[in-house]
Write a protein that binds this ligand. Sequence first.
Ligand code: NAD
Length: 507
Amino acid sequence: MSGVFNTDKRIRLGIWGLGRGQSFIQAANFLNIDVVAGCDIYGPMREQFLRNVPGAYCTDNEDDFLAYDMDAVLIATFLPDHSKHIIKALESGKHVMCEVTPFRTPAEGVRVVEAVEKSGKVFNLLENYPFSKDNMFLRKLWQDGFFGDFMYGEFEYLHEGRTLTYSYPNGNPMEPGYTVHNWRSSLNYHYYCTHSLGPAMIITGTRPVTVSAMFCDVTIPGYLEGARIATACPSTIKMDNGGLVRNMPGSTTNDYHTGMRIWGTRASAEKLHDGLRIRIGGGGGGPILQMKTQWPELAEWADKAGHGGGDFWELYYFAREVLTGEPAPWSIYPACDVTLPGILAIRSENLGGIPIQIPDFRDKKQREAFRNDNGDVKAFDPTKIFPGGHDTAITSDFSKTMIQLYPMNQYGGLYLLNRVMDGIKIYPHIADSASKIAIQDAARKLVADLPEIAKTMETALKIKNAYPDSMPGKTIARIIDFYDIDAILNYENTIQRLNRWLTTLVF
Ligand SMILES: NC(=O)c1ccc[n+]([C@@H]2O[C@H](COP(=O)([O-])OP(=O)(O)OC[C@H]3O[C@@H](n4cnc5c(N)ncnc54)[C@H](O)[C@@H]3O)[C@@H](O)[C@H]2O)c1
């Protein structure tokens, strides 16, 4: 018997999409789940999967995969394909878990709900952010009435992911190099609304009923010009108890993935960069208490999982439902509640910010009205970002060049240049010596890296000069305007100045 469930029953699981999909392999071990199969269209992900699960069945063919002997499928393929893949997996007789989000248009949502209802199988959305230690602690206090009625909350999923728009999940640049990521490159961040709205719903036990949003026209350079993933996407959501949530997914220059502030009528809480704080007393000025939270149970397993333990709990709830019938938090109906506000926020934006009612897809009459609603998706073809007949000897360098300029770990390329130049500007005002040393270390790394950064920038200029009116050409032109490109191209001079600064601290 496993340490978690009081049964010997096992769940044979196949993983469809082996990027994010592979991060569940470890937690599965604790939860009566045997990972027996994998499917990915990209060879390096299949190779990595077979290293992680030796002996498993692995294929690039989804029909062969779905025909394999297994009880359940975890879907972590490209986001725009999720609804199609959920329906196909259910029709093959499997229980289904799907990564966020499960659909991108209201019509797809209707089809998914009907497929789940018809199948009689378990469906869970893999929305993990409500199940961090702090959020589960808050949920318990909220259920106990500690915070009173939910009044207002600000929930954020801020994740600047430029690199992810030019790479595969393993960090390799997109192939061929003149293409960009299948869906992230053109994503309107409103679609990715569940990591912030999900915690608001689960903590407070409320459901969204109306949404309104306005365009933010200012974007961060380095994303493909015109892409709506390059900015903050706030919306205001009315919940069914009358309280308000400002829900904000987006890319910013101060990300914290899961920032939040929340007010009840008795107490309030906030979590930004440095842990959870609760303010008690029920007035505006009560004491603010720093919290040290604990898991409600199963700490030994939750502590080992990714996303602050959230990856363990979402898998746990699914396995529990399959093995014991006890319902999980993210069945198909709350999955619709948490997904539709993002889709309809875009509609509100397009209509100048007017509030849009969020349908309850539990109600057949309400969802019937959305059967043919194909949403407001505006995506460009990620394989056609250069004009027809482009010279691949030049354009094939694009994805690799962008990843060199914006590396995944944010400690190289243009991130490093900015960190050093701006760090030097405010250096005399930095309060602590650890931060000062960090800027000095970055300057030493920049001295070492600058010749290579200059070479990359020259390749970028070649692409821009060849195709100035293409999306990549405009993207690179914006980068040139934004950064101190002279400091890169005249790197010998810059290196001299940096070395002088490192000895005298005068630039
Ligand atoms: N909840 C979280 O914390 C979290 C974190 C990362 C990603 N995600 C979600 O997971 C999903 C996957 O994201 P990702 O980071 O792995 O990046 P991704 O979308 O690039 O990865 C998708 C993977 O699926 C493969 N794939 C696509 N279509 C396929 C098909 N028809 N058959 C077989 N394989 C196919 C791709 O080759 C790729 O390896 C996305 O929906 C994303 O939103 C969630």
